[in-house]
Ligand binder design. Structure first.
Ligand code: NAD
Length: 374
């Protein structure tokens, strides 16, 4: 793993919380965003310990944190520990919560297409799992509980308008995924209002960057285009997403964790709205591949048309800003996926991968070809 892969996470350290030793329970830390968060916390809070609780579903992968697990300084100092387990397991959660001072709940079922073919797993982890964590947190005097949520809870905006979602926008989720995330957000709100648990919620747009499981649009299309395979685009391809590099999301999460006001919601975004078609054409251009690899496929049911986030609150109140522009981040991401073939090969040989049924079409030519930005 080259060092340059892990730079640029903005360090925000001007909080009293950051100067006290913390034990942070991160759930879902073996996933895409969670693995970057674990790395970011260990870098930003040098006196902290991180416990990573992850069930290692198809999306969880310990190789995402190989650099941490192979870092003798971190491991010998006891600053990082992996626990294989489920956030729906109250006894395990209680045992870990007893050690923790802060919690960041990143664990989730995260892929909209899977929530259409198998929604109950989403209710289990995204609602019940969140509730188990909240209930345990309130019994253990947790000082900060950060719930990592999504802009998808706000629903869809019309194309051609200049509207954005801010933190006061009504929740109107349209997929089982976003509905279960909204339910988790509401449980968090209730634990702040009813029990005074210091809960914070963040809502972010579409992430991209290294270590993203290649069922999501950007890595999926990078891999298919590299292999000269068709890129299946839903509907007319004009659906708009608000893209942010995962390292910028993580710097926003750490800012909210350390400086945010309990009970508040913070949108995190890079003010970067792009249609799926523009993103697809950018990938093809960067790889020197022809546009006729694009193949239009039947649209997803309930497909949100446009997301756009107003991020003034986190920028003005916490002084956070994104650092990575989309063109640069996308080129670096493409280069990363082309270079890290061993990581990709490793995904094919993980036992849990064989249980995956949809969305990872690049793993098997015979699988249904769909691709989505979220
Ligand atoms: N990816 C995005 O673009 C995006 C954007 C905004 C918000 N989010 C939110 O960020 C979070 C992480 O997203 P991601 O893309 O990194 O997801 P991911 O699918 O890559 O990772 C999810 C992780 O959670 C773990 N997990 C799943 N169920 C679990 C359970 N019951 N117990 C313990 N661990 C479990 C998985 O093993 C995996 O490691 C999610 O809550 C998602 O809603 C994601």
């Amino acid at each position: 793993m080259d060092r340059t892969d892990h730079t640029h996470i903005t360090h925000i350290t001007d909080s009293t919380l950051s100067t006290q030793p913390q034990t942070i329970l991160v759930t879902g830390g073996a996933g895409f965003i969670g693995s970057w968060l674990v790395r970011g916390l260990l870098e930003t809070l040098p006196d902290s310990r991180v416990i990573n609780l992850d069930a290692l579903t198809y999306a969880g992968n310990r190789a995402n944190l190989a650099d941490v697990e192979q870092n003798p300084d971190l491991m010998e100092a006891g600053r990082y520990r992996f626990v294989h387990g489920d956030i729906c397991d109250p006894a395990l959660v209680d045992a870990l919560m007893a050690e923790a001072t802060m919690v960041v709940n990143v664990a989730a079922e995260s892929h909209v297409d899977r929530s259409i073919t198998g929604p109950m797993a989403f209710t289990r982890t995204n609602v019940l799992g969140t509730h188990v964590l909240l209930e345990s947190a309130r019994c253990h005097g947790i000082t900060r509980f950060l719930q990592v949520s999504t802009d998808e809870v706000y629903g869809s905006l019309a194309l051609g308008e200049d509207t954005q979602f801010d933190e006061t926008s009504a929740l109107a989720p349209n997929s089982p995924y976003s509905a279960t995330k909204a339910a988790g957000d509401m449980l968090c709100r209730s634990y702040f209002e009813t029990f005074g648990l210091p809960v914070l919620v963040t809502r972010c747009g579409n992430n991209y960057g290294p270590y993203q499981f290649p069922e999501k649009l950007i890595p999926f299309f990078i891999l298919r285009a590299t292999n000269n395979e068709p890129l299946p685009v839903y509907g007319d391809g004009l659906n708009i997403r608000d893209w942010i590099h995962v390292k910028d999301h993580v710097s926003g999460l750490i800012a909210v964790l350390l400086q945010g006001t309990p009970g508040q919601v913070y949108n995190i975004g890079a003010n970067n709205q792009q249609s799926n078609m523009v993103v697809t054409l950018s990938i093809l251009k960067a790889l020197g591949k022809p546009d006729d690899l694009i193949e239009y496929v039947t649209d997803r049911p309930g497909h949100d048309r446009r997301y756009a986030l107003d991020t003034q609150k986190i920028r003005h109140q916490l002084g956070w800003s994104h650092a990575i522009e989309f063109e640069t981040g996308l080129c670096e991401t493409i280069a990363w996926y082309q270079k890290h073939t061993a990581w990709l090969e490793g995904l094919k040989h993980r036992p849990e991968q064989h249980a995956a049924t949809t969305g990872a079409g690049w793993l098997s030519d015979s699988m249904a070809l769909t691709a989505t930005a979220d």
